[in-house]
Design a binder for this molecule. Structure first.
Ligand code: 2IP
Ligand code: CA
Ligand code: CA
Length: 377
């Protein structure tokens, strides 16, 4: 089972490579930023291509994990559907074929006439990834893959990925926007309980290599299964005054309620996964979101890592409700196996009622107390 954690990391590395490739290689980059040329055809193509990058990355992860762990087949889910409408209006099911040549031909049926782009992508899809990570190789786990299922967000913060800003200065280590917030998220949860068990976050655009000027990535992983807690990172130190990271879309009521608690330590960032990563890295102590604007695939991987570090991710509205009726039990955490039956499409998997991601349980208590006073939450 050490194999599954390594396979998740390996899949995230391949995904990150494809994400970088689309920005680095001219034939692909031109498609990604085609909107800027202004031509109508290109404007439509932009929409198509960024979706294709997402769909393809998800299919690669699905394919590689399913091949190595047949028990997971049918239990690997993601944000995207692999059905893709090409420029001629035909439906193409994007998938990984047996050979790079076949995959390139399939991709060309979507990208026609961009042959070079199709071939570059196909080569990346079929590339073998060597990890060379001694710490990760030494992790020995025994979690039966047939008890697990997977959530993939192939690229979280797509808007920042497409926008590609590199000049956004971090504030106390937190990038308010830009390429840094585009992440690959792969999480495994317990099929029966819905609890997150393994998580991998890959940052494809962590920094530029000073010599080659190419983007370099990094990854983080965590395990929270039974009594096992393992993580590539150490728990961050407890700060007396918590720092909270929010979406720029967060409402005034939540901002006002947090004021007395954090003073000037409110931060804003793009990307749901990136904000959870800020908590994992100790750049913030909590990420609070009052709306159902994130989904199972956004939260599963970072939630598993937070649990590995002794924290978690609470279902905000349900936790506040429980508190108001005097429920003394632990606040309910998000689960990943229960769709909202009355909702349709992607909304079935929305984290309805918002969330609160934390790393230190002491902070959780403070924040729930402050938020319980907000009318309408
Ligand atoms: C999005 C992305 C957004 C986030 C939203 C997610 O995922 O992470 O940035 O909004 O909740 O669903 P915000 O930045 O306001 O937190 P995607 O980019 O995969 O659609
Ligand atoms: Ca997302
Ligand atoms: Ca996404």
């Amino acid at each position: 089972m050490a194999g599954l954690l390594q396979a998740l990391v390996g899949a995230s590395e391949k995904a990150a490579h494809i994400a970088r490739l689309c920005r680095q290689e001219e034939p692909l980059f031109q498609l990604l930023v085609a909107e800027k040329t202004g031509a109508d055809r290109n404007r439509r193509f932009l929409q198509d291509f960024k979706t294709l990058a997402d769909v393809l990355i998800q299919e690669v992860i699905k394919h590689d994990l399913g091949k190595e762990f047949p028990e997971l087949k049918g239990h690997i889910h993601g944000e995207e559907s692999n059905e893709f409408r090409n420029g001629q209006g035909e439906m193409v099911a994007v998938r990984v074929c047996t050979t790079p040549g076949e995959t390139a031909a399939l991709l060309l049926s979507v990208l026609e006439p961009e042959r070079a782009a199709a071939e570059l992508l196909a080569a990346a899809v079929h590339r073998d990834v060597a990890l060379g990570d001694a710490e990760l190789a030494g992790v020995a786990l025994s979690i039966p893959p047939q008890d697990l299922a997977i959530w993939i967000d192939p690229i979280d913060s797509t808007n920042e990925y497409i926008g590609g800003r590199e000049d956004v200065a971090p504030i106390d280590g937190i990038a308010p926007a830009g390429l840094r917030s585009a992440l690959v998220l792969i999480g495994a949860y317990d099929r029966r309980t819905g609890c997150p068990v393994l998580g991998v976050i890959n940052e494809p655009f962590f920094c530029r290599d000073p010599l080659t000027h190419r983007w370099q990535g990094r990854y983080h992983w965590g395990v929270a299964y039974g009594d096992t807690r393992l993580c590539s990172l150490s728990p961050p130190p407890l700060r007396p005054t918590p720092c909270v990271v929010l979406s720029r879309a967060e409402g005034a009521a939540v901002r006002a309620a947090l004021g007395p608690l954090c003073g000037d330590r409110l931060r804003f960032a793009a990307g749901a996964g990136y904000k959870m990563l800020c908590v994992i890295l100790g750049l913030a102590d909590a990420y609070i979101l009052s709306e159902g604007s994130t989904f199972a695939w956004d939260a599963c991987a970072p939630h598993a890592i937070l649990r590995a570090l002794g924290g978690g991710t609470v279902a905000l509205a349900a936790a506040l409700r429980a508190r108001r009726v005097g429920d003394a039990g632990p606040p309910p955490e998000l689960v990943y196996n229960r769709p909202a039956e009355e909702a349709a499409g992607v909304e079935r998997w929305a984290n309805r009622g918002g969330l609160l991601a934390y790393v230190h349980p002491q902070h959780l208590e403070f924040m729930l107390a402050a938020l319980a006073a907000v009318p309408g939450l």
